[in-house]
Design a protein. Sequence first.
Length: 549
Amino acid sequence: MDLPEASNFIEQFINEDIRAGKLEPVNNRVQVRFPPEPNGYLHIGHIKAMCINFGVKEKYGGKLNLRMDDTNPAKEDYEYVNSIVDAVKWLGFEYDKLVFASDYYDRLYEIAEKFILDGNAYVCDLSAAEITATRGTLTEPGIPSPYRNRTVEENLKLFREMRDGKYPDGAKTLRAKIDMASPNLNMRDPVIYRIAHVPHYRTGDKWCIYPMYDYAHPLSDAIEGVTHSLCSLEFENHRPLYEWFVERAGFSAPLPRQIEFARLNITNMLMSKRYLKKLVDEGFVRGWDDPRMPTVAGLKNRGVPPEALKKFCADVGVAKAYSVVSSAQLDSCIRDNLNFNAERAMAVLNPVKLTVTNYSGEEELDFEINPMKEGSGVRKIKFTGNVYIDADDFSLDPPPKYKRLQKGGTVRLKGAYIVRCDDVLFDEEGNVKQILCTYFPETRSGSGAETPIKAKGVIQWVDAKYGCDAEFRRYQPLLKDEQYPEQDYGERLNTESEQICFGKAEPYLKDSADGKPFQAMRTGYFKKCSEGGALILSEIVSLKDGYNK
RNA sequence: UGGGGUGUCGCCAAGCGGUAAGGCACGGGAUUUUGAUUCCCGCAUCCGUAGGUUCAAAUCCUGCCACCCCAGCCA
């Protein structure tokens, strides 16, 4: 048979399984799953997991269920499942079924009784603290629970009583009977059911005992017919346990196989649901979908195309080495996509008025909506000779090689004319208030006229009377130093950049911290904001130099 | 310290015994009405380290070093 060419080590494993005939019982069908816990919004780290799983699904023509791993009722809610479904759909991933671990509670309970019947599980009366104390350490074995050798009958009776609500939270647990001396702490009789008199967002108060991840996950995989259960590296130590459950639960081959990969880390990006939730709960951001958040919803609001995110994941690859990808790599993917797809618009940050003293009247100029895309059409922009330009585009004390406007120098107003700066007016505080220029009619854009007038630079502008048609939103940097609730934030979050860039618009020249000019990409949801008749873009974005620096 | 993992260019990452892909970043040049884009060109004699096997190793073997994960009734 023809196997697809593996593009990473996971697919190599899958190919090996197929070659070895391990998947023959199901006609070599490959099945994976994407199993987030609905306790928060999906973030860019999850996108990598999705790309891997949906990638396998598509490559092998397999199946993929979107499974809500909801075994902890205290943290989960419909708000999150809805957000997860939205995120998956926005990214354009198609799953076969939406399922819930909580769908399997009955089945999982039955299997638990089987484990008891087979002598593989027992009810333990030890408290949480006692279990911890008897678990042993990294170098010393644990101490077997005094309840470890209860009879099957007693265990069954007790477990049913647990289910029936006869005991308070924490009074008893169901434990797998494995090996208290195992060097793998996960194998030292792990708890598989705990008592929690907490209503579940889906099953209500039907249950007061809930299965643990280590038990529910492998069995959920087996119930669904998953063949390859792909998860992140921190579960490597759980694999023996995963196999232990799956081998004893009575499922027929092929049994699901767990394969681990390194999760995604990006410089200066917080990738922890727990902290993201904290930012939301404590009001540091406007919500999970705040454009400063690395959540799928936030990225969407930031104007990042889903294709750019998928491209990024493909570029980054899949491996087992712990790594931190430079945010520049993400920026590059976004810029590349936007360059081809974004509709252009001019906008101005830090406006300074520029008046063309020898111009009168007004005219309409043609601008390509997207010079990179054939047939994207033109937009009309009115020019009256009174415009705002960005303060950064004018310098009283220009550094060497400065290409933009300076006193006595020339520059092209993009799509319009070359102008020469004749004079500068200052306000009481000595700031540049108005720049007076003369223009050269023969230099009109697109006229093709031969003229000795040259300009080294091209700058964007916004007409003082008409503004422009873009919209923008203003956002503060995610956090200031003194606002850090915990130091962990400081290591991952953006504190330096002045703005965050969202949306779609014209690339824009900006000076970076070291004074070196660079090209930024304005993207975003721009909002009309009139100030002196012009559109003021106070939120710019620097995809080139990193909006997450 | 016991166990499980990982170490290839500044950052990711291919490579699976035959003599170091690619992307990002960076440097140089050409085009350019966005200092962008596009376009060339450059960028590891070397694969954590020390030995060994082999005609031949990043790839096999041995020792060592570094880093990550594990002692939740979270996932």
